[in-house]
Design a protein around this ligand. Structure first.
Ligand SMILES: NC(=O)c1ccc[n+]([C@@H]2O[C@H](COP(=O)([O-])OP(=O)(O)OC[C@H]3O[C@@H](n4cnc5c(N)ncnc54)[C@H](OP(=O)(O)O)[C@@H]3O)[C@@H](O)[C@H]2O)c1
Length: 293
């Protein structure tokens, strides 16, 4: 279950070349922050259907012997019950993700078709997680309700999903990255991340500068990227936001006021850093990442 924060400083994302009004630096996760639904000003509710293969057999939210129709029905009913917001006239979920493709293409499409039957009333949009380009293309081509979201690990093992992100961009799908920090020890040590972190430090940001720098660079990659922020520390998450805000302000304002649009010192420096970062993840030697699915 993920929540986005209402005051997202969305304007600041444009400084990184991310004009998408649906995208955010971070989606707060209710479970990771140990908050209850009434504690947060909610603007988006996103949840997942996890097929039996991805469930903990000792803690199943539905009876795995049920047909898929029943499994998905139970799962969505429980999400609707858990995430009933008092101010909503009738409960709905903004987005439901298929947590992973099922073992066969036919099973995946069958699950998707069941999910589609909840759109648009109970569920507003659908997405898929942990998928390959081939699986995404197959789903996109065969479905009636097209995926709006792809949620994948952003790390070297999958070449940072360069191909999937390009496909998402072409089709207007939001790409939600996770493991952005966990999966990227080498990126966090890269010279471009260190350079942006140094700038953040000079701007007065004293903590988590490398993490914030990496977030900013990832956001700058595509207009449709959204980063899932996995911290359990509310202050840290707010610090991430503040760091992004400070950097964005510097990018837009660091010139003498005479420079043509997009040619200010901060903007030129940011473009150079983005070019270096893009080169690193698209064409760099295979970097050390954290493996596994
Ligand atoms: N679809 C899937 O299969 C799947 C799988 C895994 C996760 N997810 C989603 O992805 C979300 C993000 O989780 P993740 O594991 O991918 O997150 P992540 O960003 O890779 O890692 C977060 C970790 O980095 C640490 N951290 C250090 N500095 C940080 C900073 N400045 N900001 C944020 N974290 C910092 C956090 O520690 P502290 O907590 O101590 O701050 C936390 O342990 C999850 O909440 C979940 O919704 C999806």
């Amino acid at each position: 279950m993920s929540l986005s924060v209402k005051d997202m400083h969305l304007n600041h994302l444009s400084a990184f070349g991310n004009p998408c009004s649906h995208c955010s630096l971070s989606i707060w996760t209710l479970n990771s922050l140990s908050l209850s639904i009434s504690d947060i000003d909610i603007s988006q509710i996103q949840t997942k259907f996890t097929p039996p293969s991805g469930q903990d057999p000792k803690n199943m939210p539905y009876d795995p012997s049920q047909p898929l129709l029943g499994q998905i029905g139970t799962s969505i009913a429980s999400s609707l019950a858990n995430f009933t917001i008092p101010s909503y006239a009738s409960p709905y979920l903004d987005c439901v993700l298929l947590h992973s493709p099922l073992p066969t293409k036919e099973q995946t499409l069958a699950a998707w078709e069941i999910l589609e039957s909840y759109v648009p009333t109970r569920v507003h949009s659908l997405g898929i997680s942990n998928c390959s380009l081939k699986q995404l293309q197959c789903l996109y081509e065969a479905s009636t309700i097209k995926p709006s979201v792809v949620q994948n690990r952003f790390y070297p093992v999958t070449h940072f999903d360069v191909d999937i992100r390009a496909y998402c961009k072409e089709k207007g799908i939001v790409y939600q990255s996770f493991w952005t920090l966990t999966g990227n020890p080498a990126l966090l040590q890269s010279s471009v991340v260190q350079a942006v972190a140094g700038q953040l430090y000079r701007l007065g940001v004293k903590e988590d500068t490398k993490q914030i720098a990496l977030y900013a660079l990832v956001l700058g990659l595509d207009g449709n990227i959204c980063i899932l922020n996995g911290t359990k520390d509310k202050d840290r998450m707010e610090g991430d936001w503040e760091g992004i805000r400070v950097l964005a302000k510097w990018i837009d304002n660091d010139d003498d006021g005479e420079a043509p649009e997009g040619q200010g010192k901060g903007q030129l420096q940011w473009k150079a850093w983005m070019a270096e970062f893009r080169e690193l993840i698209e064409h760099g030697e295979r970097m050390e990442g954290v493996g596994g699915q």
